[in-house]
Design a protein around this ligand. Structure first.
Ligand code: LLP
Length: 423
């Protein structure tokens, strides 16, 4: 696996900057993203699909920082969104609305109205009730809502954790394959709906291309049946989920994926939409945290850092593995078995458990790798802790892409003892 954040003379770098200096300037905990890595990953990804009509709809939930979004939209990316908040971010960051698809099982009327107003490419509809409401809302607004049905193909995949599997019948997502044609036939009759495509998303952190081929063929069968019934689709949206390497494993081989998918897309004559999130930004982010204390008498040591599950919840929530290493490596650091834990008052608050690593010194810095996706976007204010700052490094340039929250940010909007709302 190539090193995204390289080391020279024992010091970790982001772009042309020493990470320890960035931490001195911006404080910790600190999310650092490498813009060049994001941009080159985006370019490599899209290059695999030359010759077919592809819309790359970056999955905003992975990392929704405005600066990252702006950079991706400048490269021509569209967006896969799941909320009014994500729509707002995308519009602020300069997305072309006709490159936006809107997924999610719980869209509200307000969200439908805003997306219709913005003129998005498609609603990926996840239930028959949602479809009825969308028809009513669009009709009332004198519009036709562009619709693609999210089909649940009932494919169970080992994604590493049950919470990231979405394409099997026990999951809340999508409409069962065997209902899809009837639902399309109903939609075709409605004044507020316009059928534009079909959608499937089978899970996240998937490493095998063949599973996508299976999902594609499953929805293609439906598309062909619809064609015979006079309903023509413009696109197949194959969702996201393209896996990356967190420890020693390789990510999904994009060329293998493209080789499996491109010929069948060409044959189908349909446009392809892909919604990668993690694949584009995951490797490009590192969380810098400070070691506050090292404790423990026995064989097991606890390294207490200033970041915890509030900054990065993946280890606690999914047992997610993230490589952790000192920002400055010294020859004297002997390898020891440690738990890297945060300051949150929960036993489940850890960044790593039973990890062999050089024992860091109190006051030293640690880098938690591969956190560009589902790191900051899943951060919370639990225990009333301000969220971390985010910076983007681009070669020699550094921008503060989100300032560190203050304690006043934490109480904004709450009722003060004097009866006013804190601003
Ligand atoms: N499209 C749809 C419909 C999705 O539900 C998702 C992710 C994506 C695209 C993007 O998936 P990606 O390419 O990033 O894997 N928080 C979890 C991952 C949850 C994914 C939810 N949906 C984690 O940290 O692993």
């Amino acid at each position: 696996m190539s090193q995204v954040f390289p080391r020279f003379d024992g010091d970790l770098y982001a772009g042309e900057h020493m990470v320890s200096e960035l931490a001195s300037e911006f404080g910790t905990p600190l999310y650092v993203y490498d813009a060049k890595v994001i941009e080159s990953t985006y370019r490599q990804f899209t290059a695999e699909f030359e010759g077919i009509d592809l819309l790359m709809a970056y999955s905003v939930k992975a990392n929704s920082n405005l600066d990252i979004l702006r950079r991706l939209f400048n490269l021509g990316s569209g967006a896969d969104i799941v909320s009014l908040g994500e729509l707002h971010r995308c519009l602020k960051a300069g997305v072309q609305p006709e490159r936006v698809v809107f997924a999610g099982v719980g869209k509200t009327e307000l969200e439908m109205e805003a997306a219709l107003e913005a003129g998005i490419l498609a609603f990926n509809v996840e239930s028959e009730s949602e479809l009825r409401l969308l028809n009513d809302v669009a009709h009332r607004m004198g519009k036709r809502a562009p619709v693609s049905i999210r089909v649940n193909p009932d494919i169970l995949i080992d994604t590493g954790h049950e919470y990231t599997r979405t394409g099997h019948s026990e999951s809340k997502f999508g409409i069962p394959s065997d209902r899809a044609v009837d639902v399309y036939l109903w939609a075709a009759e409605q004044p507020g709906l316009e059928i534009v495509g079909i959608d499937v998303h089978i899970g996240s952190q998937i490493l095998e291309s063949d599973l996508y081929k299976r999902a594609f063929n499953e929805v293609l069968k439906i598309a062909n049946e619809l064609d015979r019934k006079g309903i023509n689709l413009n696109f197949i949206d194959l969702g996201g989920g393209y896996g990356i390497g967190y420890s020693d494993e390789d990510g999904i081989a994009m060329s293998t994926f493209a080789n499996a998918i491109v010929p069948i897309v060409k044959d189908s004559g349909l446009k392809l939409i892909l919604e990668p999130g993690r694949f584009i930004v995951g490797r490009a982010g590192v969380l810098i945290t400070k070691v506050l204390y090292v404790k423990g008498e026995g064989s097991k040591k606890f390294v207490v850092t200033d970041s915890g599950m509030n900054d990065l919840i993946r280890p606690s929530l999914y047992g997610g593995f993230h490589r952790i290493e000192p920002v400055q490596l010294k020859d004297t650091n002997a390898s020891t078995l440690v738990d890297v834990v945060g300051p949150i008052c929960e036993s489940g608050d850890f960044l790593a458990r039973d990890r062999e690593m050089p024992l860091p010194e109190e006051g030293g810095l640690l880098a938690v790798h591969t956190v560009g996706a589902y790191g900051f976007t899943m951060a919370s204010n639990y225990n009333s802790r301000p969220r971390a700052a985010e910076i983007v490094v681009d070669g020699s340039e550094v921008v503060l892409a989100r300032r560190r929250e203050t304690v006043d940010d934490l109480i904004r909007g709450e009722l003060l003892p004097n009866g006013t709302l804190s601003s």
